[in-house]
Design a protein around this ligand. Structure first.
Ligand SMILES: *Cc1c(COP(=O)(O)O)cnc(C)c1O
Length: 383
């Protein structure tokens, strides 16, 4: 048996809506019928005030870096344990990146760590909801308000997660989601910018439409449109939006399937044997729901993780690790003095993600569990 790490899941409605875009609505460029349907769906389901679909979460983060007006002299606090796209958009604007360490228990950053790093130059704090889970986000949002700092939620993984009954994505001035093929809800490549800060709403639409007021023109608010600000082509085509709309309509079903797999792992991996071998388990932070994006655990050390991944690979199971902490990356360490961030490095060395996708068969799930349990009962050194 071969178990892939991920297989994109189709609801069956994707091609139907793409055909409708092509043959019935007859608009292929962006901001048409299906883009608006997606915006309405997201606003209605999550109460987001303003939504703009983008071509990727990276694009949405680039829009955030423009909307927060960052530039040389500004400091941006970002976790080191994240994907490059949390940082790159702010580097492109010439800002200084200040990397934060992870919390001991969770890969996310804590308010305490933010307070340690904040200076009078801190302009934006980017919080990443690792594994789709929220941690101290209400307190972090309050802290940002008190200190006049913009909060950006990199919510790439956190569609449909709630924190104290509020969806993640509704705490920041701006929040960004990803619909990349590896995420819970997909459109190949795709993303979303949520704008909660009223003062940014009008400008966001202009930046989205290449720096023009075209959207206002189509609503009949101005009688011609032109170049009014900086911007780029951040909006997705109607083909992408049609695909995404099909996925959004089935979000409960998709997350339900992920939940079953996540819970099977949680209940059937041999936690006693793993604990004996020094493994730490994934925990759900207080006040956060789970959207079942990732099932992970942390090995005792990098050596144990390497031999586990090798063992699983020999059994034709693709389990993976990530992220290489960014403060140690070639690009950053070449150009900056690097502070030690021990916990981020530990997650980087020890974290393992098991295959998790909605179309996984029961046989595949059991095969993964059997082999993980075999490894920790027979192959892993005891601590
Ligand atoms: C996936 C991911 C991104 C990038 O998303 P794209 O849509 O591929 O641009 C950014 N940040 C985090 C935390 C991610 O997991």
């Amino acid at each position: 048996m071969h178990v892939a790490f991920n297989r994109p899941y189709l609801t069956g409605e994707e091609t139907k809506f793409i055909e409708e875009a092509v043959n019935v609505k007859k608009q292929l460029s962006g901001n048409g019928f299906f883009t608006k349907e997606c915006h309405n769906f997201l606003k209605t389901k999550y109460g987001f005030k303003h939504c703009l679909l983008t071509s990727s979460c990276t694009d949405a983060l680039e829009m955030a870096s423009i909307l927060t007006n960052v530039g040389p002299g500004d400091e941006i606090i970002i976790p080191s344990f994240t994907f490059v796209s949390s940082a790159n958009p702010f580097v492109l604007r010439g800002a200084k990146i200040v990397f934060a360490d992870s919390d001991k228990q969770f890969p996310n950053i804590s308010l305490k760590e933010i307070k340690r790093l904040k200076t009078s130059k801190t302009k934006v704090i980017v919080v990443v909801h690792y594994a789709g889970l929220g941690y101290e986000i209400d307190k972090i949002a309050d802290y940002c308000k008190e200190n006049n700092i913009y909060l950006v939620e990199d919510a790439a993984q956190s569609i449909n997660t709630y924190f104290k009954d509020k969806p993640l994505g509704s705490f920041g001035d701006l929040s960004t989601f990803s619909f990349h093929e590896t995420k819970n809800i997909i459109s190949g490549e795709g993303g979303l910018l949520v704008i909660n800060n009223k003062e940014m709403m009008k400008r966001a639409e202009i930046i989205w439409e290449k720096g023009t007021n075209r959207a206002a023109f189509y609503r009949g608010e101005v009688n011609k449109y032109g170049w009014v600000d900086i911007g780029s082509s951040f909006l997705p085509s109607e083909l992408t939006s049609a695909f995404l709309y099909a996925q959004l309509r089935h979000i409960e079903d998709i997350l339900g399937k992920r939940k079953n797999i996540w819970e099977y792992y949680d209940q059937n991996i041999d936690k006693k044997a793993m604990q004996k071998a020094g493994v730490n388990f994934m925990e759900i932070p207080e006040h956060s729901t789970n959207n079942y994006h990732i099932f992970y655990f942390c090995c005792k050390d990098i050596h144990q993780r390497d031999i586990l991944l090798q063992f699983l690979k020999e059994k034709s199971i693709i389990a993976v690790f990530h992220y290489l902490s960014l403060h140690k990356s070639e690009f950053f360490s070449m150009n900056n003095e690097v502070e030690e961030l021990k916990i981020a490095d530990e997650f980087s060395d020890c974290l393992v993600r098991l295959p998790l996708f909605p179309s996984m068969t029961q046989e595949e799930i059991e095969y993964v569990v059997t082999n993980v349990n075999y490894f920790f009962n027979n192959k892993a050194e005891q601590k």
